[in-house]
Structures are given as C-alpha cells and as structure tokens.
Design a protein around this ligand. Structure first.
Ligand code: GLU
Ligand code: MG
Length: 430
C-alpha cells in the first residue's frame, strides 16, 4: 500500500475546514507542522477573500496538528482511490516559531476554557446535535422508518464511521424536514465536543459523497422550509463533579448554573453574530420553527434560546449527571470553536456578575409580555455586537474586524438576490 496522506486542517471564520495535505509520516515527523497563510482567515463562504481586510500578502503561520484529533476518512469508492484512508488532523494555528497566533479559532476556545477553570474552577461538558439535508435518496415521511431505510446504507455507514473514529454517536433519526436527518453525539469536555462537531460535519459530508449523495448543513434550505439547527447542550462540573442540577432550586437549575447562564442571556444578541453568522441564519431563528423564537430560558420549550432539558426516570444519580441546558441558536455556518468559546466566555461573565437568571419560563412563550425576540437580520446582530464592549473585548481586534469584513463582503455578494436564492447559494457551500 502507498504511503497514506494526512490532511492538516483548521476551521475558519466561515466554518469551512481548510488545510494542506502531505505524507502522514512527514507530518508526524515535523515538530512545526505545515505552512499556512494568515490572510486565509479572511476567506468568505463563497471563495474570495473579504475586502478590505487587515492581512496583506505578507506573513506566515504553521498548522500544528493535535494528534489526539486524528480521524480516518475511508477511501472513496469512485475507482480512483489507492485504497488508503486520509488521516485528518485538527490543528492549532501558530506563528512560525510555534508560539500561539492570537487569531487562531481553536486557541480561542482553549483560552476560554482555561479562563473559566482558573477564575471559577469550573469545567464545561458539551454535546452538539446537528441537523442536515440529504439529497440523492428516496425520501419518506418525517420520522418514518421508510425515510430511515430509504437512506441506507448511508446511515449505517455514517454510524460506523463516527464510531470507528471515537465520536460516539448517540441518536440517528429521520427528521421533520424534506430530506432532513439529525445525528447527535455523546457529551465530551468542551474542546473535544467542538473538535468533534467539526469532524462530524466532514464525516457526514464524506460518507454522503462516497454513496453518491450530498449532505448539506445549510441553516435553511428554503425560506419556507425547515431549518437545520446546531444545538449545544452544556453542563458544569467542579473537581469532576456535575454541579448543574439542584432539586431545591427552581426547575432543578442549580444557583451556580443559573448565574452562569445569565451571562448567555445577557449577551445573546451579540453572540448571534457569531453563532448564526450567515446572511440567512436569522431567517431560521424566527418563532414557530422550533429553532429559537425568544431570548429566554424555558423549561422543556423548543422555542427558547436556552432550553432546560427534561430528566428521564427517577434515578437521582443519573439526574445529577445528565441535567443540562441547551443553546439552540447556532447553525453550521458558525465555527464550533467560536461557539464554545463564546458560550464559555458568557458563562464566565455570568459568574462574575453573580446574579441568577430572572424567570424561567414554563408553558408557551407566544405573546408573553416583555420577552425579548431575536434580531431578525444579521445586520441587526452586528449592530448589537458593535455596541457590546464586553463581547468585543473577548477577541483580538484583527479577528473581530475580519469577522465583520467577511459578513459585509457576503452581504455585497448576495445583494439583490431573493431569500430563496441566498439559501441556495449557502446550500451549495455548506
Ligand atoms: N429544526 C429545528 C432548528 O432549526 C430544531 C427542531 C428540533 O428541536 O429538533 O433548530
Ligand atoms: Mg432536531
């Protein structure tokens, strides 16, 4: 068998996995990974680099693989493969001397995790749920066995590829929307959960490709269609012990977790500029879509930005371990490392503020007086971000400016298109 290839990858501000390929043995031998270009951070979803951007033709970086993130993508059965799998590694972006690059999205997550640990001695466990639209198979009714079986052998193969790579799939289901499926992974520590979210998307796309199908994580396939959400379940631990559950507190949410998630609610509008950052992301986040219709924390309600998830059974030990809060307003145009870093920075800020969330909503949220609605456009999300000095302070100015330049460039590229056409443009990329 020929020497297998490795792919050293990063995930950028538009959540595209990009990188370079080289012989596996060379990557493993090199203490300084492979070369990379700073201006790549300014690439938009549609190809060209955002203009203006603060990166010039100057400068160099290194992609340094984290060997623990390795996954194997099986050879694609299209007749041109030599039979070796591709070894994919997620990398930290560093300066040429190996020191951290402050615009590296993964380093951002690592730093946020470290700060929460140092300041409050708290670790985060997270689980990502992904929805996506599959084409190239015989669709069936929502949630039906027919739909599940119609997508075979893709589904079984996907499950196997996730398991073989240690991603621990939990549920695989034929979702509500046309061609829509959902795959969930078991909870992991925050960095691993974000790494795995990035890897999962590539495994899904790759498995579909190998079956002559296509999987798209576009946030909304059509303006009147069903959205593809990314939901992030989070829970807190201290010294290895879960601390999110407390049956003496309202809706079982411990005081410390309540104070932490208050930070997410406080900064919600500005966070959306990162967790729902495409020109069509806000179209998904409207009432009656079970995505996220109101900026509130609610018990068991899929219309809330933060949902307190239900407990099953009556085993107290299991409740302590499993109790979690779900952030529902992310999509796959958002970088999972940034989603995690922003949620964690918000939790840290909530703990610094030291004030529990106000009301935890129960029942329907429709028409409730005083509840905040989500911004209806990315433009509005960016205005909230511009006014939120706290959230802005979490980023080096160059990263923040690049994020905004990308969004403005994409708005210009899509100007004049209908919402349906915009959805299609994103569906072709994601
Ligand atoms: N499709 C919904 C979304 O856009 C989620 C529905 C569900 O709760 O599974 O987020
Ligand atoms: Mg779902």
């Amino acid at each position: 068998m020929k020497e297998p290839l490795a792919f050293a990858a990063t995930c950028d501000l538009v959540s595209i996995v990009r990188g370079r390929s080289l012989p596996l043995s060379e990557l493993l031998r090199s203490p300084y990974g492979v070369g990379w270009v700073p201006a790549n951070l300014a690439l938009t979803s549609f190809g060209p680099i955002a203009e203006p951007n603060s990166f010039s033709s100057l400068g160099d970086l290194r992609l340094i693989p984290d060997l623990s993130t390795e996954i194997l993508l099986p050879p694609i059965a299209n007749g041109i493969s030599d039979g070796s799998p591709l070894h994919l590694f997620l990398c930290n972006q560093t300066l040429p001397d190996g020191s951290p690059w402050d615009c590296c999205t993964r380093t951002h997550a690592i730093n946020a995790i470290k700060e929460l640990k140092e300041k409050h001695n708290i670790e985060i466990t997270a689980a990502f749920e992904h929805e996506f639209t599959l084409t190239g198979f015989a669709n069936g009714a929502p949630f039906s066995l027919e739909k599940l079986r119609g997508a075979e052998p893709f589904g079984s193969d996907l499950w196997h590829n996730l398991e073989a790579n240690g991603l621990e799939p939990e549920n695989w289901l034929p979702e509500y929307g046309t061609g829509q499926f959902e795959i969930t992974l078991r909870p992991k520590d925050a960095l691993r959960a974000a790494d795995n979210a990035i890897l999962l998307r590539e495994i899904v796309r790759d498995t579909a490709r190998s079956h002559g199908m296509r999987a798209s994580f576009v946030p909304l396939p059509r303006p009147d269609g069903i959205g593809n959400g990314v939901h992030v379940h989070i829970s807190l631990s201290r010294d290895g012990k879960p601390i999110t559950y407390d049956p003496k507190e309202p809706k079982n949410l411990s005081l410390i977790a309540s104070k932490a998630v208050a930070g997410i609610l406080k900064h919600a509008e500005a966070l959306l500029a990162f967790t729902a950052p495409s020109q069509i992301s806000a179209l998904r986040l409207t009432p009656h879509r079970w995505s996220s219709g109101v900026i509130a924390i609610a018990e068991h309600n899929r219309e809330a930005l933060l949902r307190i998830c239900p407990l099953v059974g009556n085993d107290e030990k299991n409740h302590i371990r499993a109790f979690n809060v779900e952030y529902r307003a992310a999509d796959a145009t958002a970088n999972p490392w940034l989603i995690i870093s922003l949620l964690i920075r918000s939790l840290t800020d909530g703990l610094d503020m030291n004030e529990a969330v106000g009301e935890i909503l129960t029942g329907e949220t429709e028409g409730l007086p005083g509840v905040r609605l989500l911004p209806t456009t990315l433009q509005d999300e960016l205005v909230y971000l511009a006014k939120n000095e706290k959230v802005k302070s979490w980023f080096p100015p160059q990263l923040l400016a690049t994020h905004i330049a990308i969004r403005e460039s994409e708005a210009r590229v899509l100007a004049g298109l209908t919402d349906a056409e915009k959805c299609e443009r994103y569906a072709n990329v994601y």
